[in-house]
Design a protein around this ligand. Structure first.
Ligand code: GLN
Length: 283
């Protein structure tokens, strides 16, 4: 007869032995998922006896977690901007630091005080675009991804949060499917890891789509492409805003500064104080 507390402590010990970073938290999330409980209930009902089949399913998930599969893939969701996004192995798992991109560009679009449009390049799960559509009710989005499987996840999430009527989906490489369209803002969290660094990343991150991580030799290749093509797709005064990796803001600002079609180059810092978003206005 095993209680909630028993199975959590033995699973936590297995995860610690396996070198998993946040063992207790991961065990709690996985058990709450199996039981279909909120995590708090694991404490409220810590002494409750668990049925053997639940314990079995939980232990299977712990075994898979020990192979470094991220918790978000195991439970099929990740919270971002207060919304529980569906995720699978075809999409990058949304990161909390990306929320400042949504807030920053969302405020800009709201400030325009009219119907607005934006494009999200490499939308993945759709976390950025769907959150922005929730935050800015007068907005319409073009959500682009080169991966058809990722776009399925983005569509699912747009429908899940009731914004699919304001979203269009395009399968293609960056701006390729958007010919002739003009937007008030263009956002992207492009792949930005230098190719040679990918093998040094945490095992969990290496299980995320390489397509969503590999930023070419110096990690900056998508910034060069986006900056060079974006002016054609932005209205005058329109905003280009991109997430950047640790230490990349200066290089991306420099690419923008050399391009006379942009002005008002700005950065936003994440909660750790890292410059995380680089933005500029179309002249
Ligand atoms: N944020 C991811 C990481 O640091 C990278 C995502 C990306 O390349 N856009 O692992």
């Amino acid at each position: 007869m095993k209680t909630v507390a028993d199975v959590l402590s033995s699973a936590t010990a297995r995860l610690i032995a396996g070198g998993i970073d946040s063992p207790r938290l991961d065990a709690e999330i996985l058990l709450a998922h199996v039981l279909n409980w909120r995590r708090l209930m694991l404490y409220v009902d810590a002494e409750k006896i668990l049925p053997a089949e639940k314990i079995l399913r939980f232990n299977e998930l712990i075994a898979r977690r020990l192979t470094r599969i991220p918790v978000a893939y195991l439970v099929g969701t990740k919270e971002f901007f207060g919304l529980n996004f569906a995720v699978n192995e075809s999409v990058l798992i949304p990161r909390p630091e990306t929320e400042i991109l949504v807030e920053g560009v969302g405020e800009f679009l709201r400030g325009l005080g009219r119907e607005v449009t934006f494009a999200d390049l490499g939308t993945g799960s759709g976390a950025i675009a769907v959150s922005m559509l929730k935050f800015v009710p007068s907005a319409r989005a073009a959500m682009v991804d080169i991966s058809a499987q990722a776009l399925q996840v983005a569509k699912f999430n747009a429908a899940k949060f009731g914004v699919e009527g304001r979203a269009e989906f395009f399968c293609g490489d960056m701006f390729a499917p958007l010919d002739g369209k003009i937007f008030d803002a263009i956002v992207s969290n492009p792949p930005y890891i230098p190719a040679a660094d990918i093998s040094t990343l945490q095992a969990e991150v290496r299980l995320e789509p390489r397509l969503a991580l590999d930023g070419g030799a110096d990690g900056l290749s998508f910034y060069r492409r986006i900056i060079s093509d974006a002016p054609k797709f932005l209205s005058a005064g329109g905003l280009l805003a991109m997430e950047v990796g640790f230490n990349q803001a200066a290089a991306v600002k420099k690419i923008l500064a050399r391009d006379s079609r942009f002005s008002d180059i700005q950065t936003l810092r994440d909660l750790s104080g890292i410059e995380r978003v680089v933005a500029a206005a179309r002249r």
